[in-house]
Design a protein around this ligand. Structure first.
Ligand code: DOR
Length: 425
């Protein structure tokens, strides 16, 4: 194992220091360290963060390896500064058995670029009718703790209650895609002034808010942990604030795109901006940013949703919803939050690691801590070229935008996965 000495680096925004990485851990920190056997990386001007953790990634394997594989998605994640990702269950076959979650977990280990923690489906085939084998997935080698039908809502309240009850036994979490399906039939974009003008069927904010309201009450009733995926409206923030004040065990995520983009993008009719939940309004964006700063929303999660060209470069109505996120998330966070490094570390690493129970992640670089970390150059600016992304798909909404920040290096258990901004393998 090679040792690395990162010199003169700011750890989560603090005064510059040296970091010695050896045998998979941060061996030492301090000014003027010397380690003749180590490879020296000049960290001047760079910020070291605990490796980012994504609670919401679509890796598409098994089933749609043309759009992404565990390996290509892992590489995209490492290049984005991530050391762990939670892989959503809406693959083909669905990750609703111990066999499939173990397959995804094993593929993640083989790729060896980030820790891939599979999420299991709540219901068989994401069909919303029968509970999947939650216990078998929890007991499997993948040790699943988060369950989600993401892409679909667990709409049946009785099934949702049963799922919350079931996972309580092992302190599991139900991660809900909050979308009342009857209120979003045929929906193409956010319901509002823009959808009226464009003549597209709208997805009303209340379809999200009604499910979150119901689920926080169910979680309170059962005493279980609920996580709300991709919160997108100001009204959802108010429901979450109320629930947290009551002590409900609820956590919530917001995506980079919901922090930056609005429904006005639909005016282009470019399906790259079609996503579920849809891009909302300026007022929603402002409320989401405030909630993230305040902690009503706990984390930023990418909802990295790669789609093949034929599923995206078509008419808006036929395009699949979703956008890439892993390789741009830190830049968007930096753009939206500014250089608030402690807040960025909390919302993109420590808190998601805590929620997912990934104990060796989300720890600030300090002596004895597993060396899962990333180095960011906050002064760099880069223009996003879809063709240069490591993802197998090209559906980034930030094409040709110039964004702040660049990931210079990422380390997983002391081994670099990214050096000088390039993937090591
Ligand atoms: O836009 C989305 N795409 N939202 C989801 O909930 C699912 C995801 C996907 O799997 O493509």
């Amino acid at each position: 194992m090679t040792a690395y000495l990162i010199t003169n680096v700011s750890v989560v925004g603090a005064a510059p220091t040296d970091l010695l990485i050896r045998d998979g851990v941060v061996a030492e920190t301090g000014v003027g360290l010397s380690a003749p056997e180590a490879t020296v990386l000049d960290g001047t001007g760079l910020v070291a963060l605990p490796g980012l953790v994504d609670l919401h990634t679509h890796l598409r394997e098994p089933g749609r390896e043309d759009a992404e594989t565990v390996e290509s998605g892992s590489r995209a994640a490492a290049l984005g500064g991530y050391t762990a990702v939670c892989a959503m269950a809406n693959t083909s076959p669905v990750a609703d058995t111990a066999g499939v979650v173990e397959q995804v977990w094993r593929l993640g280990r083989e790729a060896g670029l980030v820790d891939v923690q599979p999420i299991g489906a709540v219901t068989v085939g994401l069909a919303g009718e029968r509970l999947a084998e939650l216990g078998a997935m929890a007991d499997s080698a993948a040790r699943v703790r988060i369950f989600s039908d993401d892409g679909h809502c667990v709409a049946d309240p009785k099934l949702m209650r049963r799922a919350l009850e079931y996972v309580k036994a092992f302190d599991g979490i139900i991660a809900q895609h909050a979308e009342e399906p009857r209120l979003t039939e045929g929906a193409q974009m956010h319901e509002g002034e823009v959808s009226t003008r464009l003549g597209l069927t709208g997805w009303p904010a209340v379809a999200e808010e009604a499910i979150i309201a119901r689920d926080v009450l169910l979680a309170e009733h059962v005493g279980s942990r609920l996580h709300v995926c991709h919160v997108s409206t100001a009204g959802s923030v108010e429901v979450l604030r109320h629930a947290k004040a009551r002590g409900v065990r609820v956590t919530a995520e917001v995506t980079p795109h919901h922090l930056l983009l609005t429904d006005v993008k639909a005016e282009t009719y470019d399906p790259v901006f079609k996503v579920n939940p849809p891009l909302r309004t300026d007022a929603d964006v402002a409320a989401l940013r405030a909630a993230l700063a305040e902690g009503v929303i706990d984390i930023v999660a990418t909802d990295h949703a790669p789609h093949a060209v034929e599923d995206k470069e078509c008419e808006w109505a036929y395009a699949r919803p979703g956008m890439l996120g892993l390789e741009t998330a830190l830049s968007i966070a930096l753009d939206v939050l500014g250089p608030q490094w402690d807040l960025i570390a909390e919302r993109m690493s420590r808190a998601p690691a805590r929620i997912a129970g990934l104990d060796s992640h989300g720890l600030d670089p300090a002596p004895g801590v597993p060396a899962n970390l990333t180095l960011v150059d906050p002064a760099a600016r880069r223009t996003i070229e879809p063709a240069e992304l490591a993802s197998r798909s090209r559906n980034t909404p930030y094409a040709r935008m110039t964004l702040p920040g660049r990931i210079v290096a990422t380390f997983l258990r002391g081994e670099p996965t990214v050096l000088d901004g390039k993937a090591v393998k």
